[in-house]
Design a protein around this ligand. Structure first.
Ligand SMILES: Nc1ncnc2c1ncn2[C@@H]1O[C@H](COP(=O)(O)OP(=O)(O)OP(=O)(O)O)[C@@H](O)[C@H]1O
Ligand SMILES: [Mg+2]
Length: 337
């Protein structure tokens, strides 16, 4: 054995900085039982690292919110399978009681409409502090933490405002409060489902800027759900594109915008309004996405795809990896999944 100055040092497990904070493998979500069961999300795999911001995009009905709810296990009627690993713990395998403890502690969530997450009859201070109070933290300590988080989210005069009620706050301020509620338990992962859609553009930018700096400062893994490709470009490091319950393309944000590979992603990016285009020249993807009941065989996008080949109508394409990109499309050589 080589004698090194560290020979007698205690063995410390090697830390792997590259290990993702949130590691989702083969996540599927169904409703109903037996022949009536319908699969809303199908075999979704992705990872988000510490301090990384990943956007989940796709048209309405593609399964973005169902994915988020499944990660948080918010809907008891959903049948969730696969692995959702956070810090060595598989959330899918936890009992309901254990999962209740994980919510807010390892994973937090912010929804689109802040009013739906706020109790109109409870003060802002009590609501922000509630997660800590439920964990047995004293009222004074919880209040101090609430103040600190509200300060971090640049809520002015936070000390005075702890006694206010939600209706006394503007939409942007309410959304900051909801973000504070999600962050006070110091989760490692934050899921934000269209967190700024209800806000006007300027307020939207400010809230996203805050979320961006908080994720950098805290090393928080953020999964941002949006259908706004403009927001994606300014906020995310990486993008996942969802179609009919599956992720069909993933890439770092720059190469995704510069060279989208999947015809669906190309269509989505073509549908971003550009200032230099007249209204009638705006492109959009022809046709409508299928519902979970009407997904066609083969690649689910094939009826809308101008490049569809025979195989696209038969076999679902496998996800292939080239460089930072992953794409499930026969044009790119994806064999049968
Ligand atoms: N509780 C539920 N029970 C049954 N089906 C549901 C439920 N929630 C959503 N769905 C269905 O699952 C599919 C995916 O819905 P989801 O809400 O995840 O879409 P989304 O991508 O979040 O869309 P949007 O951009 O409109 O928010 C849709 O067809 C929807 O009708
Ligand atoms: Mg949604």
């Amino acid at each position: 054995m080589v004698d090194t100055p560290f020979a007698n040092a205690p063995l410390v497990p090697a830390t792997n900085d590259a290990a993702p904070l949130l590691d989702v493998r083969g996540l599927s979500v169904s409703f109903g039982h037996g022949p009536a069961a319908v699969r809303l999300v199908d075999n979704v795999s992705f990872a988000v690292g510490a301090g990384e911001r990943v956007a989940l995009v796709g048209e309405s009905g593609s399964g973005k919110s169902v994915t988020a709810q499944a990660l948080m296990r918010l809907n008891p009627h959903m049948q969730v399978s696969g692995v959702v690993q956070i810090g060595g713990c598989n959330l899918v395998a936890l009992s309901d009681k254990e999962m209740t403890a994980e919510r807010g502690a390892s994973i937090g969530m912010v929804f689109q409409d802040p009013m739906s997450s706020l109790d109109p009859l409870m003060t802002i201070g009590d609501q922000v502090a509630e997660t800590l109070r439920l964990r047995g933290v004293s009222a004074a300590a919880a209040r101090a933490r609430a103040l600190r988080v509200l300060d971090e989210l640049r809520v002015d005069r936070a000390a005075e405002r702890l006694a206010a009620y939600p209706h006394e706050f503007s939409g942007g301020m309410r959304q900051r409060v909801v973000i504070a509620m999600a962050l006070i338990g110091e989760p490692k992962v934050l899921i934000a489902d269209e967190p700024t859609t209800a806000l006007d553009v300027r307020v939207q930018e400010r809230v996203l800027d805050l979320l961006y700096s908080v994720s950098k400062e805290r090393g928080l893994a953020v999964l941002l759900i949006t259908h706004d490709m403009g927001i994606v470009a300014g906020f995310a490091d990486r993008v996942m594109v969802m179609y009919a319950g599956r992720i069909i393309e993933q890439n770092d944000v720059e190469p995704l915008f510069a060279s989208p590979r999947h015809p669906y992603t190309q269509g989505l990016l073509g549908a971003i309004p550009r200032i230099d285009q007249k209204r009638e020249q705006l492109q959009s993807i022809p046709g409508a996405p299928p519902t979970p009941f009407t997904r066609p065989p083969g690649c689910h996008f094939n009826p809308r795809c101008a490049m569809a080949m025979e195989i696209c109508r038969k076999d679902y394409p496998a996800m292939i990896e080239t460089g930072s990109a992953r794409v499930a499309c026969h044009i790119h050589g994806g064999g049968h999944a």
